[in-house]
Design a protein around this ligand. Sequence first.
Ligand code: SAH
Length: 188
Amino acid sequence: MKVSEESLVKHYLSLNRRDFLEDPSAYREVDAPLAIGHGQTVSQPSLVLHMTRLLELAAHHRVLEIGTGCGYQSAMIAPFVAALYTVEIIEALHLGAKNRLLAMGYGNIHFKLGDGKAGWAEEAPFDRIIVTAAPSRIPQALVTQLGPGGRMVIPVGDFVQYLTVIEKDREGRIGVSREMAVRFVPLV
Ligand code: SAH
């Protein structure tokens, strides 16, 4: 069964980005991106909620996330799904998020240091994939690792980026729709 909007919003309101920052003095109570170090940012909370909503999560889902960052988006998703697999390319952010999320008690998150463009082949296929850094083009490995009936939410583009939803039907046919213009850090 699909996760309800009410339970998503309730959990969203229980999370505070302050708890995800290495440097608490970087915290501002604003609906805007915040610096998380290493030239990276955590998105504005309303966009994190919206991307989670677009995933249309269900309790049995195995989810792949590219761009762990500070772990805020991971914490938004993990309680609603069976397992979350998250990949980060910057070691300090990977370790910081891993320690933070484990200390917070999230027990169903698996962490990997590496290039998310390759996905996580050993754990594929995934019911859902979310990418929180923008590639110029949709990485083919991620489309391949999306299971039948799967859904991917990903910002795509260079200067002008669109939040894009990719659906794979039971026969493996791909559908692509654009949601809205966004501005993410690049997927390197
Ligand atoms: N969802 C994160 C947002 C992090 S910003 C959060 O809630 O904090 C995007 C992240 O993607 C950065 O941490 C950046 O290091 C990471 N990233 C960029 N390119 C990547 C790649 N090729 N593979 C994995 N992670 C990548």
